[in-house]
Design a binder for this molecule. Sequence first.
Ligand SMILES: Cc1cc2nc3c(=O)[nH]c(=O)nc-3n(C[C@H](O)[C@H](O)[C@H](O)COP(=O)(O)OP(=O)(O)OC[C@H]3O[C@@H](n4cnc5c(N)ncnc54)[C@H](O)[C@@H]3O)c2cc1C
Length: 552
Amino acid sequence: MFSSELNPEQRDAAIKALASEEFDIIVIGGGVTGAGAVLDAASRGLKVALVEARDLASGTSSRSSKLIHGGLRYLEQYDFKLVREALHERELMVSTLSPHLVKPVGFLYPLHEKLKDRTYVGAGLALYDVLRGFQRALPWHKHLSAKKIAEIAPSLRQDIVTGAIKYYDAQVDDARHTMTIIRTARRQGATIATRVEVNQLLRDGKKVVGVEAIDTVSGKKIKVRAKSVVMCAGIWSDEMHANFGLTPGYGVTMSKGVHIVLPGHAVKSNTGIILKTEVSVLFLIPWGNQWIVGTTDTPYDGDRAQPHATSADVQYILDQANKVLDPQLKREDIIGVYAGLRPLVANTKGSATTKLSREHTTDRSAPGFVSIAGGKYTTYRVMGKDAIDLAVTDLRRLVSDSITEKLPLVGADGYFALVQQSAQIAREFNIDEKSVVHLLNRYGSLISEVLELIEDDKKLAKQLCEGLPYLKAEIVYAATHEGAMSVDDVISRRTRLAFEAPQAGLELVDEIASLIAPVLGWGAAEKKASIAEYRKQVSAEVDALAALLINS
Ligand SMILES: Cc1cc2nc3c(=O)[nH]c(=O)nc-3n(C[C@H](O)[C@H](O)[C@H](O)COP(=O)(O)OP(=O)(O)OC[C@H]3O[C@@H](n4cnc5c(N)ncnc54)[C@H](O)[C@@H]3O)c2cc1C
């Protein structure tokens, strides 16, 4: 058993190992797909490394709707197999793999035409519940009268909503979950390094035998030898294939999806709401004391690393939600906004190398080189398994089957019992019970590591800012155990202050930098540079929100 900590010492050791050892598999990309692949490989007993060019989950995997769902829309396309697979994954996560992170969430599906809607939507939601099989971590759907809706969701317009059906899915802090999968892989012995960007493949004749990468912190080149390379680069897949001179059997196009974040009082409902739009669906998702509302779906060909929301994106979301809400959502209510890019795969006709498996595609375009793209967050574990199943053919030895279905993520063990003990933990560590519950839902049984920091320095038990539940200890922990290496890593992904706090959390940057500086060995210059980098990065989003208010 290895330590699951990700921190500067661990990264230094990982960089040395990458340069000096040979791996069975190297995984490119630390989004949820790469996370699924590295955990799958490590838990089969393979020697595996993962390299990520930026921070863990810094691509699409921190910018989703954060739902773990079967996908109601696939029912309309009669894709029952895909829905059943995703619902199976949802059950696994809620009950066994990551119950500390993946939580049930209820949604109202408002009905407009009494009989027709209730029959059609009711049949669909009954099928949705049936497809999950005998496992039942989430409640069954329920028909509600207009009177009941007025009680539980007074914000829904009573003049047009004649009834509703309530059903359940699950939600997750996507960036935290991806990082936790990667920590679990680390515990299984995987070598993990962020800020290592792959720019070429190593070849022996036609065979791929590793990668050439650059450590973007030191600027040094590293040659990493591996029997198989597994690329999980999402929206970066096309440019990477082109750069490597490989022709895969599929291409990846990008579609932008924007979400806005609103305070709790903006929507009066004690449950989530799903609305059918002309092109897709719009979710109003409870998020702590706030709401996440989205999403859009528009073609995109701009900067992959930093997609931004436009005024038109935000207006579309407001218009769709306001069709059924009273009081209406207002631009000045908006606290935050974020944009993400969907990796949509399309197969090249007649390709011999590609296997289109439901929504995701695995491809072996050269001996020793496998890639996977598409799919959805919910099915990350299946994607990881499919990629490694294909990659092990290059190892030329017997490798055991995937066991990730039976492998809870770090923090999951003992979680349910710890929830029962939250009052005792609160007394023992002199913090309020609400904070203990908050910590358990972010760290599970790893809460003991956060509490150790508080024992050593009581000041860290204080909240970072008013109105949001984060404790100062969590900011330090992000650097000591979760691989955060910058202000942006902490504010955008280890916490979600970038969209939960006003002004993208800009008021908190100095304190956050001061908390992580000793762990990261920063002097004044490094602190200043990390703060400036974050300010520059969020300026477009902050400006877009300000412009919206001026135009309203
Ligand atoms: C708006 C939106 C809403 C969504 N909502 C949901 C939802 O509610 N539920 C759901 O199940 N799915 C949802 N999805 C889909 C889901 O988020 C994605 O399918 C998933 O996150 C893709 O993960 P990935 O690992 O393949 O890609 P990414 O997360 O983008 O990871 C790819 C990684 O590769 C790294 N990389 C790129 N080039 C290199 C290189 N040269 N060297 C090293 N590393 C490199 C990148 O930095 C990046 O971190 C949504 C997507 C969007 C955009």
